[in-house]
Design a protein around this ligand. Structure first.
Ligand code: PHE
Length: 354
């Protein structure tokens, strides 16, 4: 008896070339197909495949080329073959389905469910937030579409102030010149103080926007965490102690910190917090540009002008504020060299941080 491969080359040969001179010879050869179908465990693709299935081949090479007077009989025989193939296939396929319960090994451990994981940047956000929650801070948020008043004016950045240019602001809609996408989380400082009396201890994680061209260290949309503490008698020592604690909680107990004088219109004095380079421990490397220090955040004592805008009396209270970029801290935490990787959503990259 012929194998399926032999049958295939046979079916692909035009019937006149096979020399099947009589209807009886043709009948006998179709009988070969029948016998093969009955004996073997047939495969659907080999028999009924739309392009290369045996039934299709016979149809194309035999039936189509058959003399007119043979066609009805050949067509009927072929049709019968198709039906038997269909029947046999249905039967073997039903057999191939194992009875599920009979084969289940109930002692096997379950398959692990596919669980989503936290994005590293959001994990860092939560980690930073938690450090301040443990210090008694609460979490607050504010609108991403802000007014010029809160984003700039109330933060002591009047129209025409050079600091406005540095913020590369995205304005919302030509009809709403006074609305913009907040360029930092600092406007929430003023909103909070307007809505509650002192003392204040809040942490504000949120999205901010700047008209920046995306590259390895810039994105038009990124995330910051703002901190604000206001009370009677707060001074620079409280700011330094708080940030020192934060730096050691986040980077590890071994890091050194320093406050480097800086300028922000809404704090006075202003500073930037550096930590000793976590990659070279301060000896100098590419990440810290050989300086031994890495810049982590901006901070300072709340400017009295901001208290006045917020309705607090600067003679009564004082406070400090700080703001940090979450993506930047994520890059440091995971040695993740390109900020765009944090937005790409490439699972092969993200799964490294599970
Ligand atoms: N808002 C500042 C920035 O985006 C950071 C900052 C916040 C500085 C609070 C001082 C106090 O760069």
């Amino acid at each position: 008896m012929k194998t399926e491969a032999e049958l295939a080359s046979w079916a692909a040969t035009p019937w006149p070339e096979l020399g099947l001179a009589t209807p009886e010879a043709l009948e006998a050869s179709l009988g070969e197909f029948d016998a093969a179908l009955a004996a073997a465990r047939p495969e659907r693709e080999a028999w009924l495949g739309r392009k290369r299935g045996l039934v299709t081949l016979i149809n194309q090479n035999w039936l189509r080329l058959a003399p007119k007077e043979w066609k009805p009989a050949l067509g009927a025989a072929l049709n019968a073959l198709r039906l038997r193939a269909e029947e046999r296939l249905a039967a073997t396929e039903a057999q191939a389905q194992p009875a599920a319960t009979a084969w289940e090994d109930l002692t096997l451990p379950g398959r692990p469910a596919l669980a989503a994981a936290m994005h590293p940047m959001l994990a860092v956000r939560d980690e930073i937030t938690d450090i301040f929650l443990r210090l008694g801070y609460t979490v607050a948020d504010g609108p991403e579409i802000e007014t010029e008043y809160y984003n700039f004016e109330a933060l002591n950045i009047p129209a025409g102030h050079p600091a406005r240019d540095e913020h590369d602001t995205l304005y919302v809609g030509p009809g709403l010149p006074q609305h913009l996408l907040r360029t930092h989380t600092s406007p929430v400082q003023v909103r909070i103080m307007q809505h509650q009396p002192p003392p204040v201890r809040v942490i504000v994680p949120g999205r901010v926007y700047r008209r920046d061209t995306p590259d390895a260290s810039h994105s038009p949309n990124f995330h910051q965490i703002e901190g604000l503490a206001v009370d009677r008698g707060l001074h620079l020592g409280h700011l330094k102690g708080t940030l020192d604690h934060f730096a050691r909680a986040f980077f590890g107990p071994g890091v050194a910190t320093r406050l480097r004088p800086s300028y922000f219109p809404f704090t006075e004095p202003s500073a930037e917090l550096d930590v000793s380079c976590i990659f070279c421990q301060g000896s100098g490397c590419r990440t810290c540009k050989q300086s031994g220090w890495i810049e982590v955040l901006g901070c300072g004592m709340v400017d009295p002008a901001v208290f006045r805008f917020a309705g607090y009396d600067p003679a009564e209270v004082s406070g400090f504020a700080f703001g940090m970029g979450i993506e930047r801290l994520t890059m440091l935490r995971y040695d993740w060299n390109d900020v765009q990787r944090q937005y790409a959503g490439d699972l092969r990259d993200l799964e490294q941080f599970r």
